[in-house]
Design a binder for this molecule. Structure first.
Ligand code: SF4
Length: 265
């Protein structure tokens, strides 16, 4: 893993496309050590080399906190922030850098925002003391399958889904708004028992999304590996629909696609 430190020109970006219900995205890092085979964020890298090496590099936005401090004289009031859209704010490097944590502290002390944290890392639990202080905050935990062999094939360097479920249970128990994002939903071994495990976390909001192979440069890059893995396992739209139906029967607040990611729910 190559870790660089590079200043960014800005830290808040206008949210567009799938997440345009938000006002801003906030990405403390570029790149992501979790290296998911299907990661769409790889498509947004500035060069083909960085795209090809997705998952092997992280750039730390060293000046992220200073950039946010410049907003103190123009506080963010009632703005909806998505953290993060093209990286995981709780990937391993965050454990010792605590950059995400510093940004949370700054948002809390100088702004009044609605915050949605998107992660697949149990490290988010370290910051529950701050997250619970926001008047409006939600933690979205990505969980993609009930099958560790599938997780290891598609996301070999991500935390096991069991740890993610334990973590989001702890977030919910802390009284913080939570959602499990089943996105993209990967092959599932037993939909009924998976639904029972999801419900047992205490989370009541669920978002689901099928794996999308869009026509873009991305598909020819990192997406191709994930598509090949899915094809090997015979996972297609029909399987997805069947699992979605089984989950929906047991998880009343299951929303699909953009509706599941909407900040106000
Ligand atoms: S955790 Fe998110 S940003 Fe990181 S590689 Fe996986 S999908 Fe991409």
């Amino acid at each position: 893993m190559k870790i660089d430190h590079q200043p960014a020109s800005s830290i808040l970006s206008t949210a567009t496309g799938f997440i345009s219900d938000f006002d801003y995205t906030l990405n403390p890092y570029s790149g992501c050590a979790f290296a998911c085979s299907y990661c769409y964020a790889a498509f947004f890298t500035p060069t083909q080399a960085l795209q090809d090496e997705w998952g092997q590099w992280v750039r730390v936005k060293d000046n992220a906190l200073d950039l946010l401090k410049r907003r103190r004289n123009r506080p963010l009031i009632d703005k909806v922030i998505y953290m993060s859209s093209v990286t995981d704010p709780y990937q391993p490097v965050e454990k010792w850098l605590e950059l995400t944590r510093a940004l949370l502290r700054e948002l809390l002390d100088y702004h009044q925002v609605h915050l949605v944290i998107q992660t697949r890392s149990p490290l988010v639990c370290r910051d529950l003391d701050l997250i619970r202080e926001f008047a409006s905050a939600r933690v979205n935990m990505t969980v993609t399958t009930d099958d560790e062999t599938i997780r290891k094939a598609f996301e070999p360097t991500c935390p096991p889904n069991t740890l993610r479920l334990d973590a989001i249970r702890d977030v919910a128990a802390a009284g913080i708004d939570t959602c499990v994002t089943l996105a993209p939903l990967l092959p599932v071994r037993d939909a009924e028992s998976f639904a029972a495990r999801l419900a047992a976390t205490g989370v009541r909001k669920f978002a689901i999304q099928h794996f999308h192979a869009t026509r873009s440069r991305f598909v020819a890059g990192t997406g191709a590996r994930a598509r090949a893995l899915l094809a090997e396992r015979g996972w297609d739209e029909r399987h997805y629909a069947r699992v979605k139906q089984a989950l929906a029967a047991r998880l009343p607040d299951l929303r699909e696609g953009r509706a599941g990611f909407a900040p106000i729910w």
